[in-house]
Design a protein around this ligand. Structure first.
Ligand code: ATP
Ligand code: MG
Ligand code: FE
Length: 339
């Protein structure tokens, strides 16, 4: 089977064709980093307009490249949430129109499920269940992935997401937007032990993440004028990593054992974090799986793949976009992020 995937939930516009045997047949992606950089973050109206301008030609390009007509698709999968509602609607409405025109099933995909299943696109040997660290711009969760549509959330953040903490640290250090890759680059030149920073909630017994206090500490350390920016970046990254490993220990001890530790989402592109997770997993006798970098940050291949995993499903053409859409509806809401 072959599925067209559409992604437009944040500031990446993307379309991709993926087969059920894990071939990415064609893909296009356009980032809007330059449009949002002057504002230091994603501006929803600018994002929605950019998606509306770019998406249709992009879909045409992947279909042309593959030499396919709409009717030859097995499904059209589009992100239906969570995310910035204007952008999500642009992608979802486009998918509905094409599904109707080609008489092809529509699959409304949870963007977080796209991230959660992306490691299975890259690795055919990754089977359910697995432990997932989902770290992106808007989310920071530890989940037990039990099957398609079956997620048990063990931890989430009570304030900022990990990617958000990277972005805020980048802002404090004047590194621009988006900040994650820039902080990582600068951290390579710094000493991770140079600046004393807190590890919020570590050893608290509480399962969740918190990064707001860490960010404030980075701000105070910067304002003190006593540290090199590279040392600040490296020390921040180390503190964040220590939090992640500690929270993972708590979550893995609390869940029924799984053979693999998997990381996904934009922050999974961070090489230092990937290497530390790989060591952590091997110490626990677990296999470690991380998708290639291009599948970590937002893309349409992961949405198409979620469609492949859900092939056979057909959502009604009046299905609504959802600005909030938890992967585990039974998880208790917490402060801050809410789910
Ligand atoms: P969500 O998936 O929660 O809706 P999003 O789609 O905006 O949020 P992603 O595209 O998955 O998020 O990830 C973007 C985030 O990943 C940004 O916060 C960015 O700073 C972070 N990021 C990207 N590369 C790196 C890196 N090398 N190191 C650390 N963080 C990174
Ligand atoms: Mg982005
Ligand atoms: Fe994302």
């Amino acid at each position: 089977g072959i599925v067209l995937g559409i992604e437009s939930s944040c500031d990446e516009t993307a379309a991709a064709l993926v087969t059920t045997d894990r071939r990415i047949v064609a893909q296009r992606i356009a980032s809007q980093d330059e449009s949002h950089a002057p504002y230091g973050g994603v501006v929803p109206e600018i994002a929605a307009r950019a998606h509306a301008e770019r998406l249709a030609p992009m879909i045409e390009a992947v279909m042309d490249e593959a030499g396919l007509s709409l009717a030859e698709l097995d499904a059209i999968a589009a992100t239906a949430g969570p995310g910035l509602i204007g952008g999500v609607m642009v992608g979802l409405v486009s998918a509905k129109a094409l599904a109707m025109a080609g008489d092809v099933p529509l699959i409304a995909v949870n963007h977080l499920e796209g991230h959660a299943l992306s490691p299975r696109l890259a690795d055919p040997d990754l089977e359910f269940p697995y432990a997932l660290l989902l770290v992106s711009g808007g989310h920071c969760q530890i989940l037990r992935v039990e099957g398609v549509g079956h997620y048990r959330r063990l931890a989430t953040t009570i304030d900022d997401a990990l990617g958000e903490a990277f972005d805020k640290t980048a802002k404090i250090l004047g590194l621009g937007f988006p900040g994650g890759p820039a902080v990582e680059r600068l951290a390579h030149e710094g000493d991770p032990r140079a600046v004393p920073l807190p590890r919020p909630l570590v050893d608290s017994g509480e399962p969740h993440f918190s990064f707001a206090g860490l960010k404030s500490a980075v701000l105070r350390a910067k304002e003190s004028g006593q540290h090199r920016d590279a040392d600040l970046a490296a020390s921040f990254q180390q503190a964040a990593l220590d939090c992640v490993l500690d929270r993972l220990r708590v979550a893995l001890d609390a869940m029924e054992p799984v053979p693999a530790l998997v990381v996904a989402g934009g922050v999974a592109a961070n090489q230092t974090i990937r290497e530390a997770l790989e060591r952590f997993a091997s110490e626990r006798g677990m296999r470690f799986v991380a998708p290639p970098m291009a599948l970590c940050t937002d893309n349409a291949a992961m949405i198409a793949w979620a469609g492949c995993e859900r092939l056979g499903q057909s959502d009604p053409l009046d299905i609504a976009a959802r600005p909030r859409w938890p992967l585990d509806p039974e998880a208790e809401p917490v402060r801050g992020a809410g789910y």
